[in-house]
Design a protein around this ligand. Structure first.
Ligand code: MAN
Length: 358
């Protein structure tokens, strides 16, 4: 049975100041979370779209480094809406996003148990051409004395995962692309295993021999990656479309607890729907994390609250960070590609709900 979770909303788009009256914030979601000097820092993905409407046209945003977001106008007849996030240009067959994302630093205010935007307004914005359609979905791991941020970068070159690092969440060093197109949902383990830095990643090939699946890779130095191994393709119905790592793995007594997401295929009746996203858990062997010891047959978290069921992309629970507080787990997640929320649930109820992989 799925463990019972207590859920709280932590940040909504209205908590983030708009850049100008020309731009609407449609979501502040999918956060990377870290503890630093007794404070809780969050890098949250802020998705913006233009407010301006031009008859018969759709504005497709793109980021120019040093300038900020600009708009490419496309005739409505020239494009096809695939889902709320994506349009296809009929002539080229290529897709564009209807919004552009950057990352905003926020801090937890304990008195209210809500996040608020950094007082200096520090942001992590696109700077490369390969980030021009936005930087998205950061995950944060503390290792070797730094906070490492894996994030998705989207552009005319495709969808890649890149790396940045920081010690203070005020300035960031960029380390370039780790996994080229198409690769998302990259998380780093918070300890070296043997000598190696270890990552879970999610390559997505164009030739559909496989569904998008989770893989494991190793690196001596965070930048050079190899020893790739397939780890997991969804098995249960609720994850049969795609799976991906969610939070960086958490070390518990029994091994590594990985909170991942699974997506359910779109029922034909729901036009332009991406289908529900659920949170689930798997337990990986401590020394050989390519071995799955057990996993969820049923999701641990599913969209149930209004702020998870309604929003820019309805029915999405997208976990991106996890912490252990005593007996409890705190799972931070994006809700409906609109808000940030946290779910609290007993660690043992999650571990107890896992079943061996048959
Ligand atoms: C994809 C990614 C995420 C997003 C989910 C749900 O997996 O683009 O950023 O949250 O879909 O829309």
């Amino acid at each position: 049975m799925a463990p019972a979770a207590t859920k709280y909303l932590l940040l909504t788009p209205s908590d983030v100041p708009a850049r100008s009256s020309d731009w609407e914030i449609i979501g502040a979601f999918n956060p990377g979370v870290a503890e630093i000097d007794g404070r809780v820092a969050m890098l949250v993905r802020v998705a913006e779209r233009p407010r301006e409407c031009r008859g018969g046209c759709v504005g497709l945003p793109r980021w120019i480094a040093g300038t900020g977001p600009v708009i490419d106008w496309a005739s409505q007849d020239a494009i096809e809406f695939l889902d709320p996030r994506v349009v296809r240009i009929r002539e080229t067959g290529l897709v564009r996003l209807t919004f552009v994302s950057h990352l905003q630093i926020c801090w937890l205010r304990r008195a209210t148990n809500r996040f608020c935007v950094d007082e200096w307004g520090v942001r992590f914005e696109p700077v490369h051409e390969w980030e021009e359609y936005g930087v998205e979905d950061p995950r944060i791991t503390f290792l070797d004395g730094r906070y490492w941020v894996t994030y998705v970068a989207v552009s005319r070159h495709g969808v890649v995962t890149a790396l940045a690092s920081t010690t203070d969440f005020q300035s960031f060093e960029r380390h370039g692309i780790l996994f080229p197109t198409e690769n998302k949902d990259v998380v780093l383990f918070p300890e070296r295993i043997g000598e190696d830095v270890v990552a879970l990643h999610r390559p997505n090939g164009c030739t559909p021999f496989a569904r998008p699946s989770m893989w494991l890779a190793r690196s001596p130095d965070f930048v050079h990656w190899g020893q790739h191994q397939p780890l997991f393709t969804g098995r249960s119905e609720w994850e049969t479309s795609r799976v991906g790592a969610g939070a960086p793995p958490l070390r518990i007594g029994q091994g590594w607890l990985e909170i991942y997401h699974g997506n359910h295929p779109t029922p034909r009746s729901e036009a332009n729907s991406v289908g529900a996203y659920h949170g689930a858990a798997m337990l990986l062997d401590r020394d050989r994390p390519e071995r799955i010891l057990a996993r969820s047959n049923e999701p641990v978290l599913s969209p149930s609250e209004p702020y998870e069921r309604e929003g820019f992309v309805p029915n999405v629970v997208f976990p991106t960070a996890v912490f252990q507080r005593g007996e409890m787990l705190e799972i931070f997640y994006g809700a409906a590609d609109t808000n940030v929320a946290v779910a609290e649930l007993p660690l043992q109820s999650v571990v107890g709900s896992l079943a061996p992989l048959d």
